[in-house]
Design a protein around this ligand. Structure first.
Ligand code: FEO
Length: 169
């Protein structure tokens, strides 16, 4: 594998684990506020990020590349309102999309079609993640100010169940 592509994928493993950590911090914020449904939603989001990291880890191994783990940064966002994590989440997903796009472009540049094909799943996944984040913001804007509606939204988010990623390596 091209050194740059391999290094970017290795770095992305760390970024995905950071994402998991960031979402866990959001779950932690909502749990402290008594909103267990929002906490559940972000706990599952954190699990999905770990899955993303493990898919990249496995992909590098499958291609004979070495993986090096680096320090995972401390979640650096501060939240005050119930809306803050939702907006931070959308911004973060847009950032992750840009990272995936950068790896994709690097792979394309060296005709590494196996990696672009591997990344196709992540390109689609980022579209879903941005949409989910954006939908949550819309719903909070619509219902967040009313206690009863917020309770119902929280109950709905409590129903989110974890499912393993559809991508199999
Ligand atoms: Fe791994 Fe939320 O993107």
């Amino acid at each position: 594998m091209n050194d740059k592509v391999s290094a970017l994928l290795n770095d992305q493993i760390n970024k995905e684990f950071y994402s998991a950590y960031l979402y866990l911090d959001m779950a932690n914020f909502y749990a402290r506020k008594g909103l267990d449904g929002f906490a559940n939603w972000y706990e599952i989001q954190a699990k999905e990020e770990q899955d993303h990291a493990m898919l990249m880890y496995q992909y590098l191994h499958n291609n004979g590349e070495e993986v090096t783990f680096e320090t995972i940064a401390k979640p650096d966002k501060t939240f005050e309102t119930l809306m803050d994590p939702l907006k931070a989440g959308l911004e973060h997903e847009k950032y992750v999309t840009s990272l995936i796009n950068t790896i994709y472009a690097a792979a394309q540049e060296v005709n590494d079609f196996r990696t672009t094909q591997f990344l196709d799943w992540f390109i689609k996944e980022q579209g879903e993640e941005e949409k989910n984040s954006s939908d949550l913001i819309t719903r909070m804007e619509l219902f967040g100010d009313d206690a009863r509606s917020l309770y119902m939204l929280n109950s709905e988010l409590a129903g989110r169940a974890y499912s393993a990623p559809s991508l199999v390596l």
